[in-house]
Ligand binder design. Structure first.
Ligand code: BG6
Ligand code: MG
Length: 213
């Protein structure tokens, strides 16, 4: 066994909530008349809600006060949570379910390492509320990715050293966080191209060969 634990990002790795983040920000940006597209959205992956808002506001035609920004972030989260309500266990891809099951059967520890404060809600909706050994998320960190805090806390919760854990990510900020924390990483989608990624993943199931191989 090459790694004794695997730390998974949530949005865009375990399920497609990255798209719901995009749709919710898009509604907010349109309400405010701010240009926003999927390319800008890539920069929001892995970073906190307030940092995401700051990136969107780079295109705004006026300055926003602190209270306005707080209200906008809250409104985005409300829209996002309405989208989350339609999620069911059917939104957990079968391939992801199989990989998690096989890792557990092989005594590999698994954790979530996500910047999201909605992580537990999402895991519950897709039927994974008891699947992970530990959950490190936006509720227990002071710095979001690319700071390695969320992964270092996950490793500590698992009782593992960073070099024994593999991080699975879909975001540039997530791969940078893994590198900064001393973790090897597997990159999905665009993250497969990122500098510093240890394993570019063609398919999610390729993780099994990497971890158990
Ligand atoms: C990350 C997403 O997982 O969580 C980011 O990739 C998001 O796009 C961040 O901004 C914070 O999420 P939430 O659910 O706390 O607003
Ligand atoms: Mg992600």
């Amino acid at each position: 066994m090459k790694y004794t634990a695997v730390i998974f990002d949530l949005d865009g790795v375990i399920c497609s909530t990255d798209n719901y983040h995009y749709l919710a920000w898009k509604v907010l940006a349109e309400e405010e008349g701010i240009y926003f597209d999927r390319e800008i959205n890539h920069r929001l992956r892995g970073v906190s809600r307030m940092e995401s808002l700051e990136i969107i506001l780079e295109r705004a035609s006026r300055a926003y006060a602190g209270e306005e920004k707080a209200a906008m972030a809250e409104r985005k989260n409300l829209i996002y949570n309405v989208l989350l309500e339609q999620m069911t266990p059917a939104d957990l891809p079968g391939e992801v379910a199989n990989v998690l099951h096989t890792l557990k059967q092989s005594d590999v520890k698994i954790a979530i390492g996500s910047s999201s404060k909605n992580a537990r809600t999402i895991l519950q909706r897709i039927g994974l509320d008891h699947a992970f050994d530990e959950i490190s998320d936006g509720t227990n960190i002071s710095h979001s990715k690319p700071n390695p805090e969320v992964f270092l806390k996950a490793a500590k919760m698992l009782g593992e050293q960073p070099e024994d854990c593999l991080v699975v990510e879909d975001a540039k900020a997530g791969i940078a966080a893994a590198v900064a924390g001393g973790f090897d990483s597997a990159g999905i989608g665009e993250a497969a191209e990122e500098e510093g990624v240890t394993y570019p993943l063609g398919a999610f199931r390729d993780l099994l060969g990497i971890v158990l191989g």
